[in-house]
Unconditional design. Structure first.
Length: 138
């Protein structure tokens, strides 16, 4: 299993107003990025980095990851001129993906595995957008 961390800074919707989700390639590395409205805020995401800290520690976004996502937002919306002061919160999560040894975390497949051992059902891998398929497999 490879632990990958994804994080998103959040902005007031008035500061980064989008009517629906916007998906595009980051200008630095051509990695997919999204900006979407949700519950009165707008999120930018997400990163895909190895989580090298204890799984017991609360995951958090690093300054480099904030800068990366801020640079992403500037590409499609250069006139908005977001600053760090515009961020109202951030969130981070850890994805358990099946590691294949690829150097780039974004190149790891998001396949999932379900298995049972002595009454214990284990699910690993997958992603939020495949939750229904995972549930059906379970």
């Amino acid at each position: 299993m490879r632990l990958l961390r994804g994080q998103s800074p959040c902005f007031p919707a008035w500061r980064l107003p989008v009517a629906q989700s916007v998906s595009f390639l980051h200008p630095l590395d051509r990695r997919p990025v999204f900006i979407f409205p949700w519950e009165g805020i707008t999120l930018i995401g997400t990163t895909d980095t190895d989580h090298r800290h204890s799984i017991s520690d609360e995951p958090s976004i690093s300054p480099d990851e904030v800068a990366y996502l801020m640079a992403a937002a500037e590409a499609p919306f250069p006139s908005i001129k977001l600053t760090l002061n515009d961020i109202i919160s951030t969130f981070s999560g850890i994805r358990p993906v099946i590691g294949t040894g690829k150097a780039d975390p974004s190149k790891e497949a998001r396949d999932h595995v379900v298995w049972e051992e002595e009454g214990l059902l284990t699910v690993t891998g997958g992603k939020m957008t495949t939750f229904r398929l995972i549930a059906l497999d379970v």
